[in-house]
Design a protein around this ligand. Sequence first.
Ligand code: HPA
Ligand code: ZN
Length: 322
Amino acid sequence: DSLRAALQQMPKAELHIHIEGSLEPELIFALAERNGVALAYPSVEALRAAYAFTDLQSFLDIYYAGASVLLKEQDFYDMTAAYLRRAEADNVRHAEIFFDPQTHTARGVPMQAVIAGIHRACQDSPVSATLILSFLRHLSEEDAFATLEAALPFRDKFIGIGLDSSEVGNPPEKFARVFARCRELGFHLVAHAGEEGPPAYIETALDVLHVERIDHGVRCLEDAALTARLAREQVPLTVCPLSNVKLCVFERMEQHNMVQLLDAGLMATINSDDPAYFGGYMNANFEATFEALPLGLSHAQRLARNSFAAAFLPADVKQRYL
Ligand code: HPA
Ligand code: ZN
């Protein structure tokens, strides 16, 4: 129908995509063969069948296993180029892409191969694309500092710093000092908070880490004062509806709180998170959300506008989309 066509065709920005989460099973198997890496699954079908998650951790275990096939700069290039082709097909005009260097450097992959491969694919794409280096929050702050140090020779190739992986028990304040350093260095700052973790993590991400956006943040509605603050300060939330359902943050899409987030005046956006694992890229996320919830064309336009308003783009570039 016409709403569906509008969702597909409207120019949009994607602000929450983990590049390792765009690795499709077919490419995992192709790279495993190319690199001589053994996989715990006999076939593409068997791997896909394992994508039945009960919570964030059950996903992360498989996501890190999938990423183990990435060894060479060309592997990172091929993965990123495939994502950007999919994004372009969904009329994504700008993407701010997370990458998790610790997932790779811990296996002996050089930081240079990770960053150069992903960055070169961004430069070769017609989609505008920038990179956000994410620290794994289940590892120590010391490990994050070492990762920052190893990445600084390539600091012209990423614009921001994020925080992802196992949320509960790893609050933002665990990374207060390394985020303070990243802030001094002039990076944009974001953090996953309020996906599985409590609203208090959203508050400390803002007040201790000084992040400019919250990734997910859907649990903010449990705290009325926090919700009012997020609305007043127009803090962007990079919401990922298909992810939230696959990881059982909401049981069904009909129970997703996107309508309440928008009605509360929040700067919410729609994003794909880990599209190869969660059942779809940007347009699939928009379509599933709009199909399940009472949302119409004006909401679609607002979400597309929010995606550019919340992007780390120069004001004159943003203006073209607002
Ligand atoms: N949450 C936390 N860590 C992640 C995610 C997520 O949704 N995707 C990839 N790493
Ligand atoms: Zn995420």
